[in-house]
Write a protein that binds this ligand. Structure first.
Ligand code: ZN
Length: 178
């Protein structure tokens, strides 16, 4: 297992549309990739992580609801979105920035899992929110893009300041990289 590096906004490939896995690629073992993504997500206390967030412009994401097993979705398709509710979101590619984001409360998702099996499920509430957030990453969309322009600009400014602080070489950072 390996912990992958997280890409910070607005670095590539976060703002690009990710490519689906081809038939040939789907024949490869994607279990190791999914496992590494889950490990990376847990290391950073996240509930979801998409391919572009680890520098892979491919349509894959993993997630884990509290007190549940992690799940992996490959080449996902979302349909039957219903309802609308605001809830707080953050993002591992924009750490320490949070906002209330409107999302559908229910959806259907079809995908393949890390073992190549078909998944077809209905998700509600927090799970539906995580899925929409991660699915957005596959289309180059970050959560502030879901907000009004003033809030979005405010959050992006806040993030760019935060990012500079995160990049400051400090004793703590040097230690944590070892
Ligand atoms: Zn995110």
């Amino acid at each position: 297992m390996a912990i992958l590096d997280i890409v910070y906004y607005p670095d590539a490939p976060l703002t690009s549309k990710a490519e689906p896995f081809s038939e040939v690629e789907l024949g490869n073992d994607l279990y190791a990739l999914a496992t590494n993504m889950v490990e990376t997500m847990f290391t950073h206390d996240g509930v979801g992580l998409a391919g572009p967030q680890v520098g892979l412009s491919k349509r894959i994401f993993v997630l884990c609801e509290p007190d549940a097993d992690p799940m992996c979705f490959i080449n996902p398709e979302i349909s039957e979105l219903e309802g609308r509710e605001e809830g707080e979101e953050g993002c591992l590619s924009m750490p320490k920035i949070y906002a209330m984001v409107p999302r559908a409360t229910k959806l259907r998702i079809k995908a393949l899992n890390e073992s190549g099996e078909s998944v077809d499920m209905v998700a509600e509430n927090f799970l539906a929110r995580i899925i929409q957030h991660e699915y957005d990453h596959l289309n180059g969309v970050m959560f502030p893009d879901r907000l009004d322009i003033i809030t979005r600009e405010h959050l992006l400014r806040e993030w760019l300041e935060m990012r500079e602080q995160l990049h400051e070489p400090s004793h703590l950072n040097i230690e944590s990289r070892q």
